[in-house]
Design a protein around this ligand. Structure first.
Ligand code: NDP
Length: 503
Protein backbone atom coordinates (compact mmCIF):
# COMPACT_ATOMS: atom_id res chain seq x y z
CA UNK A 1 0.00 0.00 0.00
CA UNK A 2 1.43 3.37 -1.00
CA UNK A 3 2.02 6.00 1.70
CA UNK A 4 0.10 8.38 -0.57
CA UNK A 5 -3.08 6.27 -0.54
CA UNK A 6 -5.74 8.03 1.54
CA UNK A 7 -8.25 5.15 1.70
CA UNK A 8 -6.29 3.07 4.19
CA UNK A 9 -7.71 -0.28 5.28
CA UNK A 10 -5.80 -1.50 8.31
CA UNK A 11 -3.77 -4.69 8.40
CA UNK A 12 -2.51 -6.40 11.54
CA UNK A 13 1.05 -5.64 12.63
CA UNK A 14 3.00 -8.88 13.00
CA UNK A 15 6.44 -10.24 13.88
CA UNK A 16 8.61 -11.51 11.02
CA UNK A 17 7.15 -14.96 11.74
CA UNK A 18 3.61 -13.64 11.29
CA UNK A 19 2.40 -13.42 14.87
CA UNK A 20 0.13 -10.37 15.41
CA UNK A 21 1.17 -8.34 18.46
CA UNK A 22 -0.06 -5.43 20.50
CA UNK A 23 2.79 -3.19 21.63
CA UNK A 24 5.24 -1.69 19.12
CA UNK A 25 6.61 1.33 20.96
CA UNK A 26 7.14 0.43 24.62
CA UNK A 27 9.37 -2.37 25.88
CA UNK A 28 8.14 -4.65 28.63
CA UNK A 29 9.72 -3.56 31.94
CA UNK A 30 9.63 -4.23 35.67
CA UNK A 31 7.30 -1.54 36.88
CA UNK A 32 7.05 1.74 35.05
CA UNK A 33 10.64 2.76 35.90
CA UNK A 34 12.29 -0.64 36.22
CA UNK A 35 14.77 -2.43 33.90
CA UNK A 36 13.66 -4.07 30.68
CA UNK A 37 12.73 -7.73 30.42
CA UNK A 38 14.86 -9.98 28.24
CA UNK A 39 11.73 -11.83 27.19
CA UNK A 40 10.46 -8.93 25.05
CA UNK A 41 11.61 -10.65 21.89
CA UNK A 42 9.97 -8.03 19.68
CA UNK A 43 12.59 -5.55 20.91
CA UNK A 44 15.33 -8.07 19.94
CA UNK A 45 13.79 -8.63 16.53
CA UNK A 46 13.55 -4.90 15.83
CA UNK A 47 17.09 -4.10 16.99
CA UNK A 48 18.66 -7.12 15.33
CA UNK A 49 16.95 -6.50 12.02
CA UNK A 50 17.91 -2.84 12.06
CA UNK A 51 21.55 -3.73 12.74
CA UNK A 52 21.51 -5.83 9.59
CA UNK A 53 19.72 -3.42 7.23
CA UNK A 54 22.79 -2.56 5.20
CA UNK A 55 24.19 -5.09 2.80
CA UNK A 56 27.73 -4.60 1.48
CA UNK A 57 27.83 -1.47 -0.62
CA UNK A 58 28.82 -2.10 -4.23
CA UNK A 59 32.55 -1.42 -4.40
CA UNK A 60 31.86 0.50 -7.63
CA UNK A 61 28.54 1.92 -8.89
CA UNK A 62 27.25 2.23 -5.31
CA UNK A 63 24.96 5.21 -5.93
CA UNK A 64 22.24 4.33 -8.41
CA UNK A 65 18.71 4.84 -9.70
CA UNK A 66 16.58 2.31 -11.53
CA UNK A 67 13.30 1.68 -13.30
CA UNK A 68 11.45 -0.98 -15.23
CA UNK A 69 10.37 -0.54 -18.83
CA UNK A 70 10.11 -2.16 -22.21
CA UNK A 71 12.31 -2.89 -25.18
CA UNK A 72 10.69 -3.04 -28.61
CA UNK A 73 12.19 -4.21 -31.89
CA UNK A 74 11.76 -1.65 -34.69
CA UNK A 75 14.18 -3.04 -37.31
CA UNK A 76 15.09 -6.52 -38.43
CA UNK A 77 18.59 -7.75 -37.51
CA UNK A 78 17.93 -11.48 -37.83
CA UNK A 79 20.68 -11.68 -40.47
CA UNK A 80 23.11 -11.07 -37.59
CA UNK A 81 21.50 -12.84 -34.65
CA UNK A 82 19.14 -15.64 -33.80
CA UNK A 83 18.53 -14.16 -30.33
CA UNK A 84 14.79 -14.58 -29.76
CA UNK A 85 14.49 -11.07 -28.33
CA UNK A 86 15.20 -9.72 -31.86
CA UNK A 87 13.20 -12.34 -33.77
CA UNK A 88 10.58 -10.01 -35.29
CA UNK A 89 9.73 -6.35 -35.68
CA UNK A 90 7.23 -5.23 -33.05
CA UNK A 91 8.32 -7.83 -30.49
CA UNK A 92 8.73 -6.42 -27.00
CA UNK A 93 10.30 -7.52 -23.77
CA UNK A 94 10.37 -6.23 -20.20
CA UNK A 95 13.58 -4.57 -19.00
CA UNK A 96 15.14 -3.13 -15.85
CA UNK A 97 17.69 -0.33 -16.20
CA UNK A 98 19.97 0.88 -13.40
CA UNK A 99 21.96 4.08 -13.76
CA UNK A 100 24.77 4.95 -11.39
CA UNK A 101 27.84 6.97 -10.71
CA UNK A 102 30.98 4.86 -10.37
CA UNK A 103 33.48 6.02 -7.76
CA UNK A 104 31.33 7.63 -5.05
CA UNK A 105 29.78 6.00 -2.03
CA UNK A 106 26.06 5.38 -1.70
CA UNK A 107 25.53 8.82 -0.18
CA UNK A 108 27.61 10.72 -2.74
CA UNK A 109 26.35 13.36 -5.13
CA UNK A 110 24.69 12.58 -8.45
CA UNK A 111 26.53 15.58 -9.92
CA UNK A 112 30.05 14.13 -9.48
CA UNK A 113 32.37 14.12 -12.48
CA UNK A 114 32.36 10.41 -13.18
CA UNK A 115 31.29 7.97 -15.88
CA UNK A 116 27.68 6.89 -15.41
CA UNK A 117 26.69 3.23 -15.29
CA UNK A 118 24.02 2.12 -17.78
CA UNK A 119 23.13 -1.44 -16.75
CA UNK A 120 20.28 -3.18 -18.52
CA UNK A 121 18.52 -6.44 -17.79
CA UNK A 122 16.33 -7.80 -20.59
CA UNK A 123 13.92 -10.48 -19.33
CA UNK A 124 13.94 -12.60 -22.50
CA UNK A 125 12.21 -15.92 -23.06
CA UNK A 126 15.67 -17.50 -23.43
CA UNK A 127 16.88 -16.21 -20.06
CA UNK A 128 17.94 -12.85 -18.69
CA UNK A 129 20.37 -10.87 -20.83
CA UNK A 130 22.43 -8.30 -18.90
CA UNK A 131 24.13 -5.58 -20.92
CA UNK A 132 26.19 -3.84 -18.28
CA UNK A 133 27.68 -0.71 -19.78
CA UNK A 134 28.37 2.96 -19.20
CA UNK A 135 27.47 6.29 -20.75
CA UNK A 136 30.81 6.23 -22.56
CA UNK A 137 31.95 3.92 -25.35
CA UNK A 138 35.43 3.36 -23.87
CA UNK A 139 37.09 2.74 -20.50
CA UNK A 140 40.25 3.76 -18.60
CA UNK A 141 42.06 0.43 -18.82
CA UNK A 142 42.07 -2.42 -21.28
CA UNK A 143 43.22 -5.25 -19.02
CA UNK A 144 41.21 -6.42 -15.98
CA UNK A 145 44.41 -6.85 -13.95
CA UNK A 146 44.62 -3.07 -13.77
CA UNK A 147 41.04 -2.51 -12.65
CA UNK A 148 41.40 -2.63 -8.86
CA UNK A 149 44.47 -0.39 -8.97
CA UNK A 150 42.61 2.11 -11.12
CA UNK A 151 39.54 2.10 -8.87
CA UNK A 152 41.69 2.68 -5.78
CA UNK A 153 42.77 5.97 -7.37
CA UNK A 154 39.12 7.02 -7.71
CA UNK A 155 38.38 6.26 -4.06
CA UNK A 156 39.89 7.84 -0.96
CA UNK A 157 43.54 8.36 -0.10
CA UNK A 158 44.41 5.75 2.57
CA UNK A 159 45.93 8.36 4.91
CA UNK A 160 43.78 11.47 4.48
CA UNK A 161 40.55 9.62 3.58
CA UNK A 162 40.06 12.32 0.93
CA UNK A 163 39.59 12.01 -2.82
CA UNK A 164 42.99 12.63 -4.37
CA UNK A 165 43.64 14.25 -7.76
CA UNK A 166 47.29 13.26 -7.19
CA UNK A 167 46.41 9.56 -7.13
CA UNK A 168 44.17 9.88 -10.18
CA UNK A 169 46.57 11.80 -12.39
CA UNK A 170 49.54 9.74 -11.22
CA UNK A 171 47.79 6.59 -12.43
CA UNK A 172 46.53 8.15 -15.67
CA UNK A 173 49.92 9.66 -16.49
CA UNK A 174 51.52 6.21 -16.07
CA UNK A 175 48.76 4.53 -18.14
CA UNK A 176 48.43 6.44 -21.40
CA UNK A 177 45.70 4.02 -22.52
CA UNK A 178 43.42 5.95 -20.10
CA UNK A 179 43.66 9.12 -22.17
CA UNK A 180 40.58 8.55 -24.33
CA UNK A 181 38.26 7.99 -21.38
CA UNK A 182 39.93 10.79 -19.41
CA UNK A 183 39.16 13.22 -22.25
CA UNK A 184 35.49 12.19 -22.33
CA UNK A 185 35.31 12.32 -18.53
CA UNK A 186 36.83 15.79 -18.44
CA UNK A 187 34.50 17.09 -21.16
CA UNK A 188 31.06 18.24 -20.04
CA UNK A 189 29.79 14.72 -20.76
CA UNK A 190 31.51 13.83 -17.47
CA UNK A 191 28.67 15.63 -15.68
CA UNK A 192 25.39 14.77 -17.48
CA UNK A 193 22.39 16.94 -16.62
CA UNK A 194 20.36 13.86 -15.70
CA UNK A 195 20.41 10.15 -16.44
CA UNK A 196 17.79 10.77 -19.11
CA UNK A 197 20.02 13.14 -21.06
CA UNK A 198 22.92 10.84 -21.85
CA UNK A 199 23.64 7.98 -24.22
CA UNK A 200 24.37 4.44 -23.08
CA UNK A 201 26.89 1.99 -24.50
CA UNK A 202 27.45 -1.73 -24.15
CA UNK A 203 31.07 -0.49 -24.43
CA UNK A 204 32.63 -3.93 -24.98
CA UNK A 205 32.75 -5.74 -28.26
CA UNK A 206 30.31 -8.65 -28.16
CA UNK A 207 29.40 -11.16 -30.84
CA UNK A 208 26.18 -12.04 -32.56
CA UNK A 209 25.45 -15.45 -34.02
CA UNK A 210 22.73 -16.02 -36.61
CA UNK A 211 20.59 -19.03 -37.45
CA UNK A 212 23.32 -20.27 -39.84
CA UNK A 213 25.78 -20.16 -36.93
CA UNK A 214 27.74 -17.29 -38.53
CA UNK A 215 29.45 -14.88 -36.12
CA UNK A 216 29.93 -11.11 -36.37
CA UNK A 217 31.41 -8.74 -33.80
CA UNK A 218 29.06 -6.10 -32.47
CA UNK A 219 28.91 -2.95 -30.33
CA UNK A 220 25.71 -1.67 -28.70
CA UNK A 221 24.73 2.03 -28.55
CA UNK A 222 21.69 3.55 -26.82
CA UNK A 223 21.04 7.05 -28.15
CA UNK A 224 18.98 9.23 -25.85
CA UNK A 225 15.76 10.59 -27.34
CA UNK A 226 15.75 13.35 -24.71
CA UNK A 227 18.83 14.94 -26.32
CA UNK A 228 22.31 15.18 -24.78
CA UNK A 229 22.39 17.77 -21.99
CA UNK A 230 25.25 18.33 -19.60
CA UNK A 231 26.17 20.46 -16.63
CA UNK A 232 29.26 22.59 -17.00
CA UNK A 233 31.69 22.62 -14.08
CA UNK A 234 30.06 25.61 -12.36
CA UNK A 235 26.55 24.19 -12.78
CA UNK A 236 27.72 20.81 -11.46
CA UNK A 237 29.19 22.44 -8.32
CA UNK A 238 25.96 24.36 -7.84
CA UNK A 239 23.90 21.21 -8.25
CA UNK A 240 26.18 19.41 -5.83
CA UNK A 241 25.48 22.11 -3.26
CA UNK A 242 21.70 22.21 -3.63
CA UNK A 243 20.72 18.61 -4.40
CA UNK A 244 22.92 15.54 -3.97
CA UNK A 245 20.18 13.36 -5.48
CA UNK A 246 19.14 15.40 -8.48
CA UNK A 247 19.38 12.53 -10.99
CA UNK A 248 17.30 10.20 -8.81
CA UNK A 249 14.75 13.00 -8.29
CA UNK A 250 14.62 13.70 -12.02
CA UNK A 251 13.99 10.05 -12.90
CA UNK A 252 11.24 9.68 -10.28
CA UNK A 253 9.54 12.90 -11.35
CA UNK A 254 9.75 12.12 -15.07
CA UNK A 255 8.17 8.69 -14.66
CA UNK A 256 5.59 9.93 -12.13
CA UNK A 257 4.65 12.61 -14.69
CA UNK A 258 4.45 9.96 -17.42
CA UNK A 259 7.29 11.56 -19.37
CA UNK A 260 8.77 8.16 -20.08
CA UNK A 261 12.43 8.44 -21.13
CA UNK A 262 13.45 6.59 -24.28
CA UNK A 263 16.64 5.52 -26.00
CA UNK A 264 17.11 4.15 -29.52
CA UNK A 265 19.15 0.96 -29.65
CA UNK A 266 21.66 0.85 -32.50
CA UNK A 267 24.46 -1.56 -33.23
CA UNK A 268 27.74 -1.46 -35.11
CA UNK A 269 28.73 -4.66 -36.85
CA UNK A 270 32.21 -5.86 -37.88
CA UNK A 271 32.82 -9.10 -39.73
CA UNK A 272 35.51 -11.51 -38.58
CA UNK A 273 37.50 -10.67 -41.75
CA UNK A 274 37.21 -6.91 -41.09
CA UNK A 275 38.39 -7.45 -37.52
CA UNK A 276 41.59 -9.05 -38.78
CA UNK A 277 42.51 -6.04 -40.92
CA UNK A 278 41.18 -3.24 -38.63
CA UNK A 279 44.00 -0.80 -37.84
CA UNK A 280 43.26 -0.98 -34.12
CA UNK A 281 42.46 -3.96 -31.94
CA UNK A 282 38.66 -4.18 -32.27
CA UNK A 283 38.49 -5.80 -28.82
CA UNK A 284 40.34 -2.98 -27.04
CA UNK A 285 37.98 -1.24 -24.62
CA UNK A 286 39.92 2.03 -24.85
CA UNK A 287 39.00 2.41 -28.52
CA UNK A 288 35.86 2.99 -30.59
CA UNK A 289 34.95 1.85 -34.08
CA UNK A 290 34.55 4.97 -36.26
CA UNK A 291 30.95 5.49 -37.36
CA UNK A 292 31.94 6.26 -40.95
CA UNK A 293 33.45 2.77 -41.33
CA UNK A 294 30.99 0.89 -39.11
CA UNK A 295 27.69 2.77 -39.40
CA UNK A 296 25.07 2.62 -36.70
CA UNK A 297 22.28 0.17 -37.56
CA UNK A 298 18.95 0.85 -35.90
CA UNK A 299 17.44 -2.03 -33.92
CA UNK A 300 14.81 -0.87 -31.45
CA UNK A 301 13.80 1.34 -28.61
CA UNK A 302 13.81 1.15 -24.84
CA UNK A 303 11.38 3.07 -22.68
CA UNK A 304 11.35 3.38 -18.88
CA UNK A 305 7.78 3.51 -17.66
CA UNK A 306 7.55 1.97 -14.19
CA UNK A 307 9.27 2.97 -10.98
CA UNK A 308 9.85 0.11 -8.59
CA UNK A 309 7.65 0.54 -5.54
CA UNK A 310 10.54 -0.24 -3.22
CA UNK A 311 14.05 1.05 -3.85
CA UNK A 312 15.99 -1.52 -1.83
CA UNK A 313 14.08 -4.54 -3.12
CA UNK A 314 14.58 -3.66 -6.76
CA UNK A 315 17.36 -1.12 -7.30
CA UNK A 316 19.75 -2.02 -4.48
CA UNK A 317 19.24 -5.75 -4.98
CA UNK A 318 19.45 -5.57 -8.77
CA UNK A 319 22.39 -7.74 -9.79
CA UNK A 320 23.87 -7.46 -13.26
CA UNK A 321 26.53 -9.70 -14.72
CA UNK A 322 27.97 -9.57 -18.25
CA UNK A 323 28.10 -13.37 -18.05
CA UNK A 324 24.32 -13.34 -18.47
CA UNK A 325 24.07 -13.60 -22.25
CA UNK A 326 21.41 -15.31 -24.30
CA UNK A 327 21.56 -17.59 -27.30
CA UNK A 328 22.53 -15.58 -30.38
CA UNK A 329 24.67 -13.08 -28.43
CA UNK A 330 28.17 -14.08 -27.35
CA UNK A 331 31.42 -12.91 -25.84
CA UNK A 332 34.48 -11.61 -27.64
CA UNK A 333 38.19 -11.65 -26.80
CA UNK A 334 37.83 -8.16 -25.22
CA UNK A 335 40.07 -8.61 -22.17
CA UNK A 336 37.96 -6.38 -19.94
CA UNK A 337 34.82 -8.27 -20.87
CA UNK A 338 36.57 -11.55 -20.11
CA UNK A 339 37.54 -10.20 -16.68
CA UNK A 340 34.06 -8.91 -15.97
CA UNK A 341 32.57 -12.32 -16.81
CA UNK A 342 34.15 -13.44 -13.52
CA UNK A 343 34.06 -10.32 -11.38
CA UNK A 344 30.42 -9.25 -11.69
CA UNK A 345 28.75 -12.53 -10.80
CA UNK A 346 31.37 -12.96 -8.07
CA UNK A 347 30.53 -9.53 -6.65
CA UNK A 348 26.82 -10.38 -6.57
CA UNK A 349 27.49 -13.67 -4.79
CA UNK A 350 29.43 -11.75 -2.15
CA UNK A 351 26.97 -8.85 -1.89
CA UNK A 352 23.64 -10.70 -2.07
CA UNK A 353 24.51 -14.36 -1.57
CA UNK A 354 24.73 -17.40 -3.78
CA UNK A 355 20.99 -17.44 -4.52
CA UNK A 356 20.84 -13.81 -5.70
CA UNK A 357 19.26 -14.81 -9.02
CA UNK A 358 16.09 -15.74 -7.08
CA UNK A 359 15.49 -12.19 -5.83
CA UNK A 360 12.45 -10.96 -7.80
CA UNK A 361 14.28 -8.21 -9.75
CA UNK A 362 16.91 -10.72 -10.84
CA UNK A 363 14.68 -13.74 -11.34
CA UNK A 364 14.12 -15.00 -14.88
CA UNK A 365 10.32 -14.92 -15.28
CA UNK A 366 10.35 -17.78 -17.78
CA UNK A 367 12.27 -20.95 -16.97
CA UNK A 368 15.07 -21.87 -14.61
CA UNK A 369 15.96 -25.58 -14.45
CA UNK A 370 19.26 -26.75 -13.09
CA UNK A 371 20.95 -28.88 -10.45
CA UNK A 372 21.98 -26.06 -8.09
CA UNK A 373 20.55 -26.75 -4.67
CA UNK A 374 20.51 -25.26 -1.18
CA UNK A 375 22.70 -22.37 -0.03
CA UNK A 376 21.82 -19.37 2.09
CA UNK A 377 18.52 -17.65 1.40
CA UNK A 378 17.21 -20.27 -1.00
CA UNK A 379 13.70 -18.93 -1.46
CA UNK A 380 12.28 -20.93 -4.37
CA UNK A 381 11.15 -24.56 -4.34
CA UNK A 382 14.80 -25.73 -4.36
CA UNK A 383 14.08 -28.21 -7.13
CA UNK A 384 11.29 -29.90 -5.11
CA UNK A 385 11.87 -33.64 -5.24
CA UNK A 386 13.48 -33.59 -8.69
CA UNK A 387 16.87 -35.33 -9.11
CA UNK A 388 19.72 -33.09 -7.88
CA UNK A 389 22.41 -34.71 -10.03
CA UNK A 390 23.10 -35.26 -13.71
CA UNK A 391 23.06 -37.56 -15.60
CA UNK A 392 20.11 -39.31 -14.03
CA UNK A 393 17.46 -41.80 -15.17
CA UNK A 394 14.46 -40.06 -13.60
CA UNK A 395 14.23 -36.41 -14.55
CA UNK A 396 13.49 -34.46 -17.70
CA UNK A 397 16.06 -31.62 -17.36
CA UNK A 398 18.64 -32.08 -20.12
CA UNK A 399 21.13 -29.89 -22.03
CA UNK A 400 19.99 -28.86 -25.50
CA UNK A 401 22.63 -29.03 -28.26
CA UNK A 402 20.69 -26.44 -30.27
CA UNK A 403 22.21 -23.82 -27.94
CA UNK A 404 25.81 -24.70 -28.78
CA UNK A 405 27.86 -21.73 -30.01
CA UNK A 406 30.09 -22.16 -33.06
CA UNK A 407 33.72 -22.80 -32.11
CA UNK A 408 36.18 -19.91 -32.00
CA UNK A 409 39.21 -19.88 -34.22
CA UNK A 410 42.03 -18.24 -32.27
CA UNK A 411 44.81 -16.16 -33.83
CA UNK A 412 47.62 -17.60 -31.74
CA UNK A 413 48.60 -20.63 -29.72
CA UNK A 414 51.22 -18.77 -27.67
CA UNK A 415 50.30 -18.03 -24.05
CA UNK A 416 52.00 -14.89 -22.77
CA UNK A 417 51.31 -11.64 -20.89
CA UNK A 418 52.02 -9.44 -23.88
CA UNK A 419 51.06 -9.78 -27.49
CA UNK A 420 54.42 -10.07 -29.22
CA UNK A 421 52.70 -9.54 -32.57
CA UNK A 422 50.79 -6.45 -31.44
CA UNK A 423 50.63 -3.95 -34.26
CA UNK A 424 51.41 -0.27 -33.86
CA UNK A 425 47.69 0.40 -33.57
CA UNK A 426 47.48 -1.55 -30.33
CA UNK A 427 49.63 0.98 -28.52
CA UNK A 428 48.18 4.00 -30.30
CA UNK A 429 46.45 5.68 -27.38
CA UNK A 430 46.44 9.10 -28.99
CA UNK A 431 44.77 9.14 -32.43
CA UNK A 432 41.21 8.67 -31.20
CA UNK A 433 41.45 11.20 -28.32
CA UNK A 434 42.94 13.59 -30.90
CA UNK A 435 40.01 12.91 -33.25
CA UNK A 436 37.60 13.67 -30.43
CA UNK A 437 39.29 17.00 -29.77
CA UNK A 438 39.74 18.06 -33.40
CA UNK A 439 36.71 16.58 -35.17
CA UNK A 440 33.96 16.27 -32.61
CA UNK A 441 34.22 18.96 -29.93
CA UNK A 442 32.97 22.50 -30.62
CA UNK A 443 35.09 25.52 -29.67
CA UNK A 444 32.98 25.88 -26.53
CA UNK A 445 33.38 22.15 -25.69
CA UNK A 446 37.16 22.44 -26.05
CA UNK A 447 37.28 25.46 -23.77
CA UNK A 448 35.33 23.58 -21.10
CA UNK A 449 37.48 20.48 -21.56
CA UNK A 450 40.70 22.43 -21.03
CA UNK A 451 39.28 24.31 -18.02
CA UNK A 452 38.03 21.10 -16.44
CA UNK A 453 41.39 19.39 -16.93
CA UNK A 454 43.33 22.36 -15.60
CA UNK A 455 40.99 22.64 -12.60
CA UNK A 456 41.47 18.97 -11.79
CA UNK A 457 45.24 18.84 -12.41
CA UNK A 458 45.71 21.89 -10.20
CA UNK A 459 44.71 19.59 -7.37
CA UNK A 460 47.86 17.46 -7.85
CA UNK A 461 50.19 18.08 -4.94
CA UNK A 462 53.24 16.69 -3.18
CA UNK A 463 56.84 16.16 -4.25
CA UNK A 464 55.92 14.43 -7.55
CA UNK A 465 53.54 17.19 -8.70
CA UNK A 466 55.63 18.45 -11.63
CA UNK A 467 56.69 14.95 -12.68
CA UNK A 468 53.07 13.85 -12.92
CA UNK A 469 51.99 17.03 -14.70
CA UNK A 470 54.80 16.84 -17.25
CA UNK A 471 54.18 13.20 -18.05
CA UNK A 472 50.44 13.75 -18.46
CA UNK A 473 51.10 16.83 -20.62
CA UNK A 474 53.11 14.62 -22.98
CA UNK A 475 50.01 12.48 -23.52
CA UNK A 476 47.85 15.52 -24.26
CA UNK A 477 50.50 16.80 -26.69
CA UNK A 478 50.59 13.44 -28.46
CA UNK A 479 46.80 13.59 -28.89
CA UNK A 480 46.83 17.15 -30.16
CA UNK A 481 49.45 19.90 -29.95
CA UNK A 482 46.89 22.69 -29.49
CA UNK A 483 45.27 20.74 -26.66
CA UNK A 484 48.64 20.21 -24.97
CA UNK A 485 49.53 23.88 -25.34
CA UNK A 486 46.19 25.05 -23.94
CA UNK A 487 46.47 22.81 -20.87
CA UNK A 488 50.12 23.71 -20.28
CA UNK A 489 49.21 27.40 -20.46
CA UNK A 490 46.32 26.88 -18.04
CA UNK A 491 48.65 25.14 -15.59
CA UNK A 492 51.32 27.82 -15.99
CA UNK A 493 53.85 25.29 -17.33
CA UNK A 494 56.64 26.66 -19.51
CA UNK A 495 56.63 23.99 -22.21
CA UNK A 496 60.08 24.72 -23.60
CA UNK A 497 61.63 24.59 -20.16
CA UNK A 498 59.77 21.39 -19.32
CA UNK A 499 60.97 19.78 -22.57
CA UNK A 500 64.59 20.78 -22.04
CA UNK A 501 64.54 19.48 -18.47
CA UNK A 502 63.53 16.06 -19.84
CA UNK A 503 66.65 15.86 -22.03
P1 NDP B 1 31.56 10.82 -35.39
O1 NDP B 1 31.68 12.27 -35.71
O2 NDP B 1 30.82 9.93 -36.32
O3 NDP B 1 30.85 10.66 -33.97
C1 NDP B 1 31.28 11.44 -32.91
C2 NDP B 1 30.68 10.86 -31.66
O4 NDP B 1 31.20 11.58 -30.57
C3 NDP B 1 29.17 10.94 -31.57
O5 NDP B 1 28.71 9.67 -31.19
C4 NDP B 1 28.93 11.96 -30.47
O6 NDP B 1 27.83 11.59 -29.69
C5 NDP B 1 30.16 11.78 -29.63
N1 NDP B 1 30.55 12.90 -28.81
C6 NDP B 1 30.36 14.21 -28.95
N2 NDP B 1 30.91 14.89 -27.94
C7 NDP B 1 31.46 13.99 -27.13
C8 NDP B 1 32.17 14.06 -25.91
N3 NDP B 1 32.42 15.20 -25.31
N4 NDP B 1 32.58 12.92 -25.35
C9 NDP B 1 32.34 11.74 -25.95
N5 NDP B 1 31.69 11.61 -27.10
C10 NDP B 1 31.26 12.72 -27.68
O7 NDP B 1 33.03 10.32 -35.11
P2 NDP B 1 33.79 8.93 -35.15
O8 NDP B 1 32.91 7.75 -35.06
O9 NDP B 1 34.74 8.98 -36.28
O10 NDP B 1 34.62 9.07 -33.79
C11 NDP B 1 35.39 10.24 -33.53
C12 NDP B 1 35.55 10.35 -32.05
O11 NDP B 1 34.26 10.50 -31.47
C13 NDP B 1 36.13 9.10 -31.41
O12 NDP B 1 37.52 9.09 -31.41
C14 NDP B 1 35.56 9.13 -30.04
O13 NDP B 1 36.39 9.91 -29.20
C15 NDP B 1 34.23 9.85 -30.21
N6 NDP B 1 33.10 8.91 -30.14
C16 NDP B 1 32.94 7.93 -31.08
C17 NDP B 1 31.99 6.97 -30.91
C18 NDP B 1 31.87 5.81 -31.83
O14 NDP B 1 31.32 4.79 -31.42
N7 NDP B 1 32.35 5.90 -33.06
C19 NDP B 1 31.04 7.03 -29.79
C20 NDP B 1 31.22 8.16 -28.92
C21 NDP B 1 32.25 9.03 -29.10
P3 NDP B 1 26.32 12.08 -30.03
O15 NDP B 1 25.98 11.43 -31.34
O16 NDP B 1 25.53 11.57 -28.89
O17 NDP B 1 26.41 13.57 -30.08
Amino acid sequence: MSMENENITHRKLTTASGRPYAEHENTQSVGSRGPLLLQDFILHEKMAHFNRERIPERVVHAKGSGAYGTFKVTHDITRYTKAKIFSEIGKSCRIFLRFSTVGGEKGSSDAERDPRGFALKFYTEDGNWDLVGNNTPVFFVKDPKKFSDFIHTQKRDPRTNLKSPTMMWDFWSLNPESLHQVMILMSDRGTPLTYRHMDGFGSHTYSMINAENERVWVKFHFKTQQGIKNLDAAQASQMHAVDMDHAQRDLVEAIDNKEFPKWTLKIQVMTEAEAKSFRWNPFDLTKIWPHAEFPLIEVGEIELNQLPNNYFAHVEQAAFAPSNLVDGIGFSPDRMLQGRILSYADAQRYRLGINYEQIPVNRCPFMVNNFHRDGQMRIDENGNDDPNYFPNSFGDVVPDQAYKEPAWELDSNVADWYDRNAGEGDNDHFTQPGDLYRKVLSTEDRKHLVNNIVGSMNGINGPRRMQIINLQLCHFFRADIQLGMAIAKGLGVDVEQAMSSRH
